[in-house]
Design a protein around this ligand. Structure first.
Ligand code: ZN
Length: 323
């Protein structure tokens, strides 16, 4: 369907007018090129991310960089883009999967808790539980095989790469160098991201099933009521949603940090400035090194050896130093 400002992609509903305009323009252009609706939404996110980027870097717009260059002083590079919109998009997909798992647990497992607890006095409850859980696991695996998880992760990686690469295309212009076309590290980096994510997602969903199974068995052994066992199961749901959020944020941030590192090194950048996101959620150890200059290779290196984005949920960025 055609995207308009009045009816933008869902993800853009609460965005600023500037971001919605950029989103709709890119999404519509993608559709006109014959892209799928999903890819048009990624185009929308990428365009909006660039608007974000322009907003945040008013202090060093590209024009100023060029002026500085004219003055024979090294230009100050703008900051690489933030990834919060990409993280939100990835989380949305993971959350759909998690909610689907919870639906199976509610419909296939929780409805059987009364029968299992009734059998608790005889040893049948162990077999009952095993059967019910196996059924739930099969239903989930049929809808979400590993290949589907890999697709979700792969899409998130490619969307992040697109936004990141757009920044470096502008960066090459500031440096007055030809865009770097060959990036032999990119394929392996996307592959490693996808494999790590499939493993994290699989572990997350398996842990959820194992936790539910344990709650039922423990409830049956200790003579719990149906209500309390069901309540205990329901209480695991928000924890898994939070886990999915952590995976989406942390993994995209790490991946984006890797892209920044590789692309800056490819462009001949030796050093970067550590820049935090500047809000109250920044960990104190990173606030302490905000503004410091570090080398990608050699010294000085950051205190714990992690570059921006590598520590858990680190939203810090590396501003390339142009020498
Ligand atoms: Zn940080």
């Amino acid at each position: 369907m055609p995207w308009t400002i009045a009816d933008p992609p869902n993800v853009a509903k609460n965005w600023s007018v500037a971001k919605q305009k950029a989103c709709v323009k890119s999404a519509q252009a993608a559709l006109n090129r014959g892209a799928s609706e999903e890819n048009s939404i990624f185009a929308c996110i990428g365009a909006a991310e660039n608007v974000d980027h322009m907003d945040q870097n008013q202090e060093t717009p590209l024009d100023l960089s060029r002026q500085l260059r004219g003055n024979k002083k090294a230009p100050i590079a703008p900051l690489p883009p933030q990834t919060n919109v990409l993280e939100a998009q990835y989380f949305k997909e993971l959350n759909q999967m998690v909610r689907f798992q919870h639906k199976i647990i509610r419909e296939t497992v929780m409805t059987k808790v009364p029968i299992i607890l009734k059998d608790a006095r005889i040893d049948d409850y162990v077999d009952d539980t095993g059967r019910v859980m196996a059924n739930a696991r099969v239903q989930f695996a049929e809808a979400y095989p590993e290949s589907r998880m890999a697709e979700m992760a792969g899409r998130a990686a490619l969307a992040t790469n697109r936004v990141n690469r757009a920044y470096y295309d502008r960066f090459y212009k500031i440096l007055n160098v030809n865009p770097i076309v060959s990036e032999p590290w990119l394929g392996p980096t996307v592959k490693a991201f996808t494999e790590t994510n499939v493993s994290l997602i699989t572990k997350m969903t398996q842990t959820e099933f194992a936790d539910v199974e344990e709650i039922i068995l423990r409830g049956a052994q200790s003579g719990s009521t149906v209500k309390s066992v069901q309540a205990e199961i329901t209480a695991t749901f928000p924890k898994e949603v939070n886990r999915a959020k952590l995976i989406a944020q942390d993994q995209i941030q790490k991946f984006n940090g890797n892209l920044n590192r590789n692309r800056q090194i490819d462009a001949g950048v030796k050093k970067y400035q550590w820049v935090t996101s500047g809000d109250e959620r920044v960990r104190s150890s990173h606030r302490a090194i905000n503004g410091n200059i570090y080398a990608w290779r050699g010294s000085p290196r950051p205190p714990d050896g992690d570059d921006p984005g590598q520590a858990v949920r680190c939203r810090c960025r590396s501003r390339p130093i142009i020498e």
